[in-house]
Every structure is written in C-alpha cells, then in structure tokens.
Design a protein around this ligand. Structure first.
Ligand SMILES: Nc1nc2ccc(CNc3ccc(C(=O)NCCCC(=O)O)cc3)cc2c(=O)[nH]1
Length: 203
C-alpha cells in the first residue's frame, strides 16, 4: 500500500513510520513525504531514507481549498492510497477529508475523546488525570473526532512536567502509529459507511 506522510516539523512520528515500513512484514511503503513548511527536519529524515519529498507551503496559497487541492494533486501524482498526518498542523477542508475519507490517519497525544485540540498533554496535566496516552484515528471533518483505530495509555507520574509527560506519550506514539498503519494498510481495519471502525476478523 502506497502511503504519504504529511508533516510540519521534526517528524519524529515520520521516523517511526520509516522504520516500520522497512520491515519485510510491512504492507506499506512510503511513496512521498509532504511538508507545509520548507526546511524542516522531517524533510531531511525522508531524504536520508531515500523517500521523495515535496513542500506545499500554505503561505503561498490564497485559500485553504487551493492549498488542499495542491496536496491532493501531489497525492494523485504518487498514486497514494493512505495518508498519515504526523505532526501536520494545518486543518484540512471538508472537501479534501471527504475525498480521502477512510484513508486519512492522524496521531493525537491524548486518549480521545479527552483533551482535543492543541496542547493536549498540558490539558491532561491540568485536569489531574493519572493516565494519559495517544490515539490514532481516521480523520473526520470535525477536528480530533474521527473513528479511533488504536490507543496506548501511559501513566502520569508525580512531578511530571508538560515536557516529561510529552516525552512519555511520544514514545507510545512511536509504537501506536506504526501498528495502526499496518492494521489499515493490511486491510484488517477500515472505516465503515456509518463512520465506525470495521474489523476484518478473518485476517
Ligand atoms: N478536518 C480535519 N483536519 C485535520 C488536520 C490536521 C489534524 C492534526 N491535528 C491538528 C489538530 C488541531 C490543529 C489546530 O487547531 N491548529 C491550529 C490552527 C491551524 C490552522 O489554522 O489550520 C492542527 C492539527 C487533524 C485534523 C482533523 O481531525 N480534521
């Protein structure tokens, strides 16, 4: 399965996906890495791994629709079948999400539906929860509300700061995202017509 990874920065989750698809058992290959910002470290990670990269700089587009349309053209150019958002920080339009419905995966640093939006780890600390974690979900038009594919929990430890908790959650992300990608790329998990997760238990 041909996969595109969309990034905006360092791409630590991209690195985890690069390592995963290298394994002989993987059902996926990364055809292209697309960044909405030039010169970010994630682009260097992709190049080092021999993966083609494209920059689609959102600042150069007059509208979200034109920006998303260019992303869509790059995905079609590379024959992409699945898209992973790995720290991609632009909200995607409904038109784009509808076209790629069931083929768009995102990793979020909380146990959704808790703590949606930005600074989820800080929200968890401020809420005083004792368990935090990450969620891989299909992207829906409503932000951080898509059907859940995989989650991994981590403990919140006494003395945790936003940084120490974020580091612990990030380690979980690097396990959960590759695992979720394999489930979807291998056809074990899909998005049903009703917007719920479907499992192909015969696999
Ligand atoms: N429609 C749809 N698109 C998304 C795009 C990215 C992400 C990744 N997680 C994200 C969640 C939130 C944001 C956010 O609020 N950023 C500040 C505003 C940036 C902007 O103006 O674009 C970005 C990415 C998730 C979604 C999603 O759940 N649904």
């Amino acid at each position: 399965t041909k996969v595109a990874v969309l990034i905006s920065g360092t791409g630590t989750n991209l690195q985890a996906l690069i390592e995963q698809v290298k394994r002989p058992s993987s059902a996926a290959e990364i055809a292209v890495v697309i960044s909405n910002r030039p010169g970010v470290q994630g682009l260097k990670r992709a190049s080092l791994a021999g993966i083609q990269t494209r920059v689609v700089d959102h600042k150069l587009y007059g509208s979200r629709a034109e920006f998303d349309g260019t992303i869509d053209r790059v995905l079609e150019e590379f024959g992409v079948e699945l898209v992973c958002l790995a720290g991609f920080m632009r909200i995607l339009t409904g038109t784009f999400v509808k076209k790629w419905n069931g083929k768009l995966l995102n990793i979020h640093p909380s146990l959704l539906p808790s703590f949606k939006g930005v600074n989820a780890q800080k929200q968890a600390l401020q809420a005083g929860v004792r368990v935090a974690g990450c969620t891989v979900h299909f992207v829906a038009e409503e932000v951080d509300a898509g059907a859940i594919i995989a989650q991994e929990a981590v403990p919140v430890l006494s003395g945790d700061t936003e940084e120490s908790l974020s580091d612990r959650i990030r380690e979980a992300e690097h396990r959960a995202f590759p695992a979720a990608l394999e489930l979807v790329a291998g056809g074990a998990v899909g998005l049903g017509e009703d917007g719920h997760i479907t499992w192909n238990l015969l696999l």
